[in-house]
Design a protein around this ligand. Structure first.
Ligand code: 13P
Ligand code: SF4
Length: 360
């Protein structure tokens, strides 16, 4: 989906770093508890430093559900995260995304119409119960579909727990949009390729197998995490003897298999932060976070698994200038870039999100 960001006034692009920092801090002070700034770990340093709370997708949805006293939530992240905050926040809260162009390509890989067609095929072919589970990296209407069809959302932090419970209950799963998170999590739970089926959105002649697969995987992916390859793992192992390779489960299964550890953004942070001085880490996730981990852990060696930067350009769209512009407007009583989800969609999407939060 394309969300158009109007150009912001020229003055915001020419202000000095110091001036912008001062103005942002002053406005934060003035607005006090009326304002909360949430930031995902993949945000630039120049932006994340202003976040009242930072987190991965799970933590940020929990924070949005708890931040009831704030009138404004300024979300430094991508569009689906701001939508989630609007769904989980209270009715009178306003959620603001400083740059409307910050979408997530993976979320846009699952469109409601395609999901309805896939669901129709699955439910007309099989006599077993399927549960639609969508990664939170999805649009509000996909979350709403899951809420309306007995399903729920998940994040990379809680996908293992949620999938384990669903399989224990003897149910089958349609997992979307991220093929890799679905496959890696299912494999961790002991499933094999024979238990899985790869749905292909653009294949109109696709035939489901006769026996119901334990999990049907949508064919979405994160272009940032796809840039790590098994060759990168071989390379860092030869360059840094004793290195620990840790990757996000949005990476391919071949990369996950060759790594030492894999897990959500929060898991990666905890592992690297808790590691002994002198340890060496090659990290397979977004570069802003990897660089921050390196800076915050000077007694360890922390490098990107891919030396050629894996930057999420969408997360990176939120700049200090856009943040100041949004806050300046708020200060003058004007709400710009408000993210609102239609009430009927929000109601069903909240069911899916609440089910996840209960199981987390
Ligand atoms: P988590 O925050 O769940 O680790 O997801 C990473 C990501 O790609 C967010 O867009
Ligand atoms: Fe989307 Fe990947 Fe960027 Fe996360 S890192 S916002 S999944 S493109």
């Amino acid at each position: 989906m394309e969300y158009n960001q109007q150009p912001i006034p020229e003055e915001y692009l020419t202000l000095s770093e110091e001036e912008m920092e001062k103005r942002i801090r002053d406005i934060k002070e003035e607005l006090g508890s009326k304002l909360v700034i949430l930031g995902h770990h993949y945000q630039r340093d120049e932006v994340i430093r202003f976040a009242d709370h930072r987190g991965d997708s799970l933590r940020l949805s929990q924070l949005a559900a708890e931040a009831h006293e704030a009138e404004y939530i300024v979300f430094c992240g991508v569009h689906f995260m701001a939508e989630t905050a609007d769904i989980l926040g209270s009715a009178d809260q306003k959620v603001i995304l400083p740059d409307l162009g910050a979408g997530c390509p993976m979320a846009d890989m699952a469109e409601l119409e395609d999901l309805e067609r896939c669901w129709e095929e699955i439910t007309s072919q099989y006599n077993v119960e399927f549960v639609p589970i969508t990664y939170v990296n999805s649009t509000a209407d996909v979350k709403a579909f899951c809420g309306d069809h007995g399903g729920l959302t998940c994040t990379s932090s809680n996908a293992p727990k949620i999938l384990e419970q669903i399989f224990k209950d003897g149910k089958h799963v349609l997992f979307l949009p991220d093929e890799h998170l679905g496959r890696n999590t299912a494999m961790d739970l002991g499933l094999t390729e024979e238990d899985m089926f790869q749905w292909k959105r653009d294949d109109w002649d696709i035939e489901l197998p006769d026996n119901p697969p334990k999990i049907i995987l949508w064919d979405g992916y994160c272009g940032v995490h796809m840039r790590f390859t098994p060759a990168h793992v071989d390379y860092v192992r030869s360059k840094y003897p004793g290195v620990k390779v840790i990757v996000h489960p949005e990476c391919t299964h071949e990369v996950v298999e060759k790594s030492d550890l894999h897990g959500s953004t929060d898991f990666i942070i905890r592992q690297v932060t808790g590691a002994p001085a002198g340890s060496v880490w090659a990290v397979g996730t977004e570069i802003n976070l990897v660089n921050r981990l390196a800076k915050e852990n000077p007694e360890k060696t922390v490098v990107s698994l891919n030396e050629n930067m894996c930057l999420c350009v969408m997360m990176n769209r939120i700049s200090q200038s856009h943040l100041l512009w949004a806050l300046d407007n708020l200060y003058q009583g004007k709400v710009v870039n408000q993210i609102t989800v239609k009430p009927e969609v929000a109601k069903s999407a909240k069911i899916a999100l609440d089910r996840m939060l209960e199981m987390s």
